[in-house]
Write a protein that binds this ligand. Sequence first.
Ligand SMILES: Cc1cc2nc3c(=O)[nH]c(=O)nc-3n(C[C@H](O)[C@H](O)[C@H](O)COP(=O)(O)O)c2cc1C
Length: 204
Amino acid sequence: MSAERNRTFAVGVTGASGALYAARTIAALLERGCHLEIVFSDFGRRLLRDELGEAASVERLADFLAGRHGEGIRAGSFVVHSNRDLGAPIASGSHRCGGMVVVPCSMKTLAGIAHGLSRSLVERAADVMLKEKRPLVVVPRETPMSLPQLRNMVLCAEAGATVLPAMPAFYQGPTSLDDLADFMAGKILGALGLDHDLYPAWKG
Ligand SMILES: Cc1cc2nc3c(=O)[nH]c(=O)nc-3n(C[C@H](O)[C@H](O)[C@H](O)COP(=O)(O)O)c2cc1C
């Protein structure tokens, strides 16, 4: 895989709670100079504004992220695709894309990925990652979980995805919600094979 492909990632944002994780992950990837192909589901869009406020609109995403995480995000670039656009570049395995994260990942989209349904661009792009054997990270959030939901996580893991539940840890001494989001974003970057210093490494 070329270095150029490694710097391009798809990001799906779906309608589970946890827009903060999506924003921090997108900002962290942009700070590292990555090019992102971002897709919001309808409920992903809604929860972005519900949980982060009116300023967090998809249309003004760059300004929102710069205001929250600093101008360093402008080191990267991104495009936003419609979740209905199954003809977008990331719908094809021939497109140069080094990996994908779905953060947060709703139980509905998790089910679609687990069963290869490809009903939306998020599901299709995830399916492409699995068939091309490229990194796919899914960040589910729900509690408690039903047996079908647990089984869908197993199916995703068996197909080669990294199932990385939205479960921030507390051993690193977080003092804010941003610390918790940093932890999740760091885990996601690590799973995509990227170095980061988003939370202090455990020193024993
Ligand atoms: C305020 C709100 C919070 C939600 N939180 C979750 C959640 O944490 N996890 C989840 O799986 N679904 C959650 N849902 C339900 C999903 O948004 C719903 O199943 C939706 O159809 C998912 O579609 P999508 O995967 O295309 O975004 C929530 C819905 C709303 C309105």
